[in-house]
Design a binder for this molecule. Structure first.
Ligand code: UT7
Length: 333
């Protein structure tokens, strides 16, 4: 039996740069309330959302992803040809195959990087960051581009009271590469498939076709059980990610949870007893819930606005359909 040579990676991995893309069109609550018999007051009270961004015809999944990636590459000082792996977390690329990652890798000008999509819904970006850190350390990749991108308006039923006011569009990206010091802590991730149906594409594509009346199988959500699950269970996952990284609450500077609902963000911060000193991402108010894009969008905004500074210690906690979750501590680039 032959002894197989093994690849050797970098000792440590870190996020080297972050970027994001916000669609141009700002949509206030007043534009969505009539179709769902709701009000600005109800939406703000229950979710904290004031506005969201909806992509225009030119703002495709690929276009938004490339724009976010270019900013992340620029910030990292990395040429696209140095990227040898592109991981795209999305549930709103409208082709079952091929992966949009290959088109993105090509448009960016990578040298035929390995490129594939992952499906972990709102937890997708943190799954991607964990994979990227492992690739870099194992030697499977030198530099990895991780992108979270969604154009959820393509799969939204604007008359559905449970989803129309929440979900939105956008993209965020991070370049992960070798580092002298550890910049990405161990991931805490998992899933609860018993709750598979709580957030899902309404029907299987085959059932849609068989119905003889093809209607987009929209995204549907049983919001309240998800709300309760996220508010209670996700603070524990965040704490576990801190523990696994050996970081105390006192050492934490920034908290970037998935931007699903302002009340969930507040509940998590309360249960983790985050001191007022810790800066908390609250991009949900302006951006709504952009699923896989929400964490890099929120982190990039905090960096742009000086709330998160280079070298800060940040906790990322992502959760969503599946139900799937992933959390890790990272150093802000
Ligand atoms: O990103 C993936 C993970 N997703 C999440 O984490 C989302 C989690 N869920 C949520 O954010 C919340 O469940 C929602 C914001 C979606 C809803 O808030 P809620 O506090 O859970 O509301 P609810 O569904 O329990 O409904 C409360 C009331 C009901 O009326 P009654 O029975 O109390 O009279 C609903 O009929 O609000 C009513 N309602 C609405 N009223 C105005 C439900 N939807 C609406 C609406 N506008 N859009």
């Amino acid at each position: 039996m032959a002894t197989l040579l093994q690849s050797q990676g970098a000792q440590h991995a870190a996020i080297l740069g972050v970027g994001s893309y916000r669609p141009a069109r700002v949509v206030p609550n007043s534009e969505v309330v009539d179709a769902i018999d709701s009000s600005d007051e109800w939406i703000q009270q229950r979710s904290g959302i004031k506005t969201r961004r909806w992509a225009g015809p030119e703002e495709s999944v690929q276009m938004m992803a490339v724009a976010a990636a270019r900013k992340a590459l620029d910030r990292a000082g990395i040429d696209p040809r140095q990227i040898d792996t592109v991981v795209v977390a999305t549930v709103s690329h409208m082709l079952q195959t091929p992966a949009v990652a290959t088109a993105i890798a090509h448009e960016l000008g990578t040298d035929q990087a390995a490129a594939f999509d992952i499906s972990a819904a709102c937890a997708g970006f943190c799954h991607g960051v964990s994979m990227a850190a492992d690739f870099v350390r194992a030697g499977s990749a030198g530099h990895v581009l991780v992108i979270g991108v969604e154009r959820l308006t393509d799969i939204l039923d604007l008359h559905d009271r449970g989803t129309a006011f929440i979900f939105a569009d956008g993209a965020g990206a991070a370049v992960v590469g070798p580092s002298d010091t550890p910049g990405i802590g161990p991931v805490v991730w998992g899933s609860d498939g018993e709750q598979f149906d709580l957030i899902r594409q309404r029907e299987d594509w085959r059932d849609v076709v068989a119905s003889g009346d093809p209607v987009m199988p929209h995204l549907v959500m049983q919001g309240n059980p998800v709300f309760r699950w996220a508010s209670f269970a996700m603070a524990k996952i965040g704490q576990q990610a801190l523990d696994r990284a050996g970081v105390s609450i006192d050492e934490l500077d920034v908290f970037v949870p998935h931007q699903a609902n302002m009340r969930i963000i507040d509940a998590m911060a309360r249960s983790m007893k985050l001191p007022p000193r810790v800066k908390i991402a609250r991009d949900i108010a302006e951006m709504g819930n952009t699923s896989a894009a929400s964490i890099p969008l929120a982190l990039d905004r905090m960096i742009d606005e000086g709330e998160a500074r280079s070298g800060d210690t940040a906790l990322l906690v992502a959760f969503g359909a599946g139900l799937a979750y992933a959390a890790q501590v990272v150093t802000v680039p």
